[in-house]
Ligand binder design. Structure first.
Ligand code: PLP
Length: 406
């Protein structure tokens, strides 16, 4: 990957706006994404799928092209299986609440889920009476397929797992999970918020039923998510929100739903976001997802190697960078994670995340208050990582307590 050329494409990098290591939350955007959105607002700021005038037709075509780009990016054939949504959380909620689960139905998740793939199931347990089972991860947070298997039987109606953790970076082998789950007749839902931006994902090969993603973590505009599903799975999911755009015909007393994917896209859509999403996929395709993955792992390895000898710094998740995708979570004895983040910003303009990263059960169950988290992407480079390493080393040595754990 030509890092210099990639970095030139990002306005905040060009302007020297600091070292951005918070891409697991939201990524930076290249010029082409911003231009595509500007072009929408400047040239054809109409709605899609409704009016038939020329400006609106241009929007409808642009939305169709965006869906085609998603289908091809994720190795599938049917653009109609991609529904635009405000974010990955909305997509996961749509899948969970739309499945029509009944009292006693069992859903299997893991004990490492983001709240967006945890709280909807908890709510269904409280409201509908579904039963939840959680596959136990290993002490370092990695997925344990034997534990997962032990929770599977014919009563399981859905399996919902993250593809990659925003805390530990551990990747769940979703294809193997899908194979096992399908043997029991369960529907497989995957939270792809952290995997889609950082590794090649072939949804046909993965054979999952539903895959939810967060486009603002993959160079796309804020507030864009996508729910992919196999056609037969989407046909079974009831939309979370109904109204304009979602129906074929409504009378005073009845309604039939619009075909896929329109039934999931209620009301006027974020058209600027959708055309920006296509530009983001075009950009990632041009660089190549394999290259992005290799670049991320080079940066993470450099980061973790650079900090491995600091006795009062503790890694959350696997110590081997090769087993993490794009995120490095850590604590320093004697320092609160927010203090680490604020010091890194004020001392060296380094932007990292701190807290529980919306993975509260993971931290609470381990008795940890939270952690600092640095996350990389294709626009970071080795020099930035070195500044991060020097700064964190300084913070640990000067402000941290001496090591309290071996
Ligand atoms: C693993 C994981 N799942 C789900 C989400 C929610 O994504 P969104 O903000 O698009 O709703 C995130 C966001 O950080 C995440 O990291």
């Amino acid at each position: 990957m030509d890092s210099e050329s990639v970095r030139r494409d990002f306005p905040t990098v060009r302007k020297g706006s600091g070292i951005y290591l918070d891409s697991a939350c939201q990524s930076l955007r290249p010029d082409s994404v911003i231009r595509a959105m500007d072009d929408y607002y400047e040239s054809y700021p109409a709605c899609g799928g409704r009016s038939v005038h020329s400006m609106a037709s241009k929007v409808s075509v642009a939305v169709d092209e965006a869906r085609e780009a998603f289908a091809s990016f994720f190795g599938t054939d049917d653009p109609g299986c991609y529904a635009f949504m405000p974010n990955c959380t909305y997509a996961l909620n749509t899948a969970a609440f739309g499945m029509g689960l009944k009292k006693g139905d069992v859903v299997v998740t893991t004990d490492c889920e983001h709240n967006s793939n945890h709280v909807p199931w908890l709510r269904l347990q409280e409201g509908v009476g579904i039963r939840r089972r959680m596959s136990r991860s290993r002490p370092d947070g990695s997925f344990d397929i034997e534990s997962f298997k032990s929770f599977m039987d014919r009563s399981v109606k859905a399996v919902s797992v993250q593809h990659s953790s925003n805390v530990t970076g551990c990747v769940v082998p979703v294809r193997a999970v899908a194979e096992i789950a399908h043997d029991y007749g369960a529907t497989v839902i995957v939270d792809g918020a952290q995997s889609a931006p950082h590794m090649p994902v072939d949804l046909k090969k993965a054979d999952v039923d539903v895959y939810c993603m967060s486009v603002h973590k993959m160079l796309g505009p804020s507030g864009v998510g996508v729910m992919y599903g196999k056609r037969e799975a989407l046909e079974r999911i009831k939309p979370l929100c109904l109204g304009g755009g979602t129906v074929g015909l409504a009378t005073y007393d009845s309604v039939n739903l619009a075909p896929l994917p329109d039934r999931f896209e209620a009301g006027l859509q974020n058209y600027a976001g959708i055309v920006g999403a296509k530009a983001a996929l075009d950009y990632l395709s041009k660089v190549g997802m394999r290259e992005v993955e290799v670049w991320d792992s080079m940066l993470l390895e450099r980061m973790m190697k650079g900090l491995e000898d600091i006795p009062n710094l503790h890694v959350v998740g696997p110590e081997d960078p090769g087993r993490r995708l794009g995120v490095f979570s850590f604590n320093i004895d004697g320092l609160n994670a927010h203090d680490i983040a604020m010091m890194a910003d004020s001392m060296a303009g380094i932007m990292i995340r701190s807290g529980m990263h919306c993975a509260h059960p993971f931290y609470v169950s381990r008795g940890i208050d939270g952690s600092a988290r640095a996350s990389t992407y294709l626009y970071n480079d080795a020099k930035e990582v070195d500044v991060f390493v020097d700064t964190i080393r300084h913070i640990a040595e000067v402000f941290g307590d001496p090591a309290s754990r071996p």
